[in-house]
Structure formats: structure tokens, C-alpha cells
Design a protein around this ligand. Structure first.
Ligand code: ARG
Length: 258
């Protein structure tokens, strides 16, 4: 039941774009594209923004599986280098050449909510490296993460015109397991505040959660937005680094392929 609710929320968001998908980050602040050059958003072929993404290699954009599922590359656009959605002159808009979705993906709240879009030409923006299994400390409760996106700014509001960011502490897995019976510790983590108020929301999915110059999480799901006791749930990227390396390409410096 709860899973259905979450799915319906995300499906509504994905299919109706701005109208139903709320705003960007809730309780956040403006963020510059200069400081976060790897932050991108996805639109449909009409230019309607519905998800976020992260440049993780010159021709690779990481997003959520639920953002890419059921879409053909020609129906998708990646908008990079643009902080203000209305600033048509800024950055680039590209149609991906290929879409990879994690083979085990079923629904966001069952895990494996990752997809990679391959572009035909390299983007002129600095990629963000993935968190690796060794980055365990970045997932310790209390670690301050930064979530970014152009999603809704209130639960039923409009998506944001500008790139927004919110600082969210990692919450204990036990809190998340209490909040959501379907929470899978190995694949996900929760971040935010027990009292709500600051959170990601519809339209932020697929977008980056960063710490220490690495992509730690991908915005995935939650019940409503910014509700007390219902934090945002994020993909635990360190756990998928192994699945993602063959798709994304080069291993980050210092990581030895076992
Ligand atoms: N599934 C939503 C999307 O597709 C993200 C929801 C995040 N929810 C939250 N309460 N943090 O954009």
C-alpha cells in the first residue's frame, strides 16, 4: 500500500512534470552552477523538467532508474550548465544516445534506483566522482550532505526555476526502518530531520547528494515531502559503485579493480 503510494507519487511527478511535480528542494537555498557544474536536470521532449542527474564522466549522466524507465532516449533531454531554467542561452541541451537501467530495478523503494545516460559527445563540465565502498564514514549518522535539484519547493507546489540546495544530515538506519517498512539498509539511506521541514521533493529525483567532493546519494523516494518522521530516501551509491564502473567507465584515481 505504502509502496504503491510512493510509486504513484513519483509516476505522477514523472508524467506531468511541472504541473504536478512540485518544486525543488524544500527549505533550501540558491546554489550556483559554477560551484556545482556536474548538476544537470532532465526534461521531456517538450522541455518540461521532471528529474535531476549528475555528470559522472564526460559522456555519462547518472540519474534514478525511475526517472529513465519507460522513456526512449529521443524523448529525453539532459540540460547541463544551466542554473536558471529560463536562461535558454546558458549551457547545453542534449538528447542521450543510450539509456542503461540497473538490471535488478523494479521500483524505487525496492532499491537499485540507478540509471546512466550515455551522451554522443563529451560535456564541457567537470564530472563528480562516485563514492566508493571505502567511503563508509560519509554514511555515518550526522554526516552533513548536500542535496541539489530543481524540484518542488513544497509538497504540492511547483518546481523551482533555479538550482537549489539543502544541507541534510544522514539519519540512523533504524530511524528510516521505523519510518518505512520497505526500507533496505544495504541499498538506501535516509537524510534530513526527524521533524521534517527541509527535504528534497518531486522533481529532485535522480539528482545529486554530495559530500567530500563525491556523489554519495541519488534522490529516490519518500512519503510526501518535508513531513515529520518521513525523511527523504536516497540511493546508497557506494554500494552500486561496482555495478556502475563498467557503465560509467574509468575507475576513479587510486581505486584498484579487484
Ligand atoms: N520520487 C520523487 C521524484 O521522483 C522524489 C521524492 C523525494 N521525496 C522526499 N520526501 N525526499 O522526484
Amino acid at each position: 500500500m505504502r509502496r504503491l503510494l510512493v510509486l504513484v507519487l513519483c509516476a505522477v511527478m514523472a508524467s506531468t512534470g511541472t504541473a504536478a511535480a512540485g518544486e525543488q528542494v524544500i527549505g533550501g537555498e540558491r546554489a550556483s552552477i559554477k560551484a556545482n557544474p556536474w548538476a544537470v536536470y532532465l526534461t521531456d521532449d517538450h522541455g518540461l523538467q521532471f528529474c535531476g542527474g549528475t555528470i559522472v564522466a564526460p559522456t555519462k549522466v547518472l540519474t534514478a532508474a525511475h526517472c529513465a524507465l519507460g522513456r526512449a532516449p529521443r524523448d529525453l533531454r539532459v540540460v547541463a550548465g544551466r542554473e536558471d531554467k529560463q536562461d535558454r542561452g546558458a549551457g547545453v541541451t542534449v538528447t542521450p544516445a543510450d539509456i542503461w537501467i540497473h538490471k535488478q530495478y523494479v521500483s524505487a523503494d525496492e532499491g537499485e534506483d540507478v540509471a546512466v545516460l550515455t551522451l554522443g559527445n563529451p560535456l564541457p563540465y567537470t564530472p563528480l566522482p562516485l563514492a566508493e565502498p571505502a567511503d563508509r564514514e560519509l554514511y555515518q549518522p550526522g554526516t552533513q550532505l548536500r542535496a541539489l535539484g530543481w524540484g518542488r519547493t513544497s509538497e504540492n507546489g511547483k518546481t523551482s526555476r533555479y538550482l537549489l540546495q539543502a544541507t541534510l544530515p544522514v539519519l540512523p538506519d533504524a530511524f528510516c526502518a521505523d519510518a518505512y517498512p520497505q526500507f533496505v539498509r544495504a541499498d538506501m539511506f535516509c537524510a534530513g530531520f526527524e521533524g521534517g521541514r527541509i527535504d528534497t521533493c518531486q522533481g529532485d529525483s535522480g539528482g545529486p547528494v554530495v559530500a567530500d567532493g563525491k556523489l554519495v546519494g541519488v534522490t529516490s523516494w519518500g512519503e510526501g515531502c518535508a513531513r515529520r518522521g518521513k525523511p527523504g530516501v536516497y540511493v546508497r551509491i557506494s554500494r552500486y559503485a561496482k555495478d556502475l564502473h563498467p557503465v560509467v567507465g574509468a575507475l576513479p584515481p587510486g581505486v584498484v579493480d579487484p
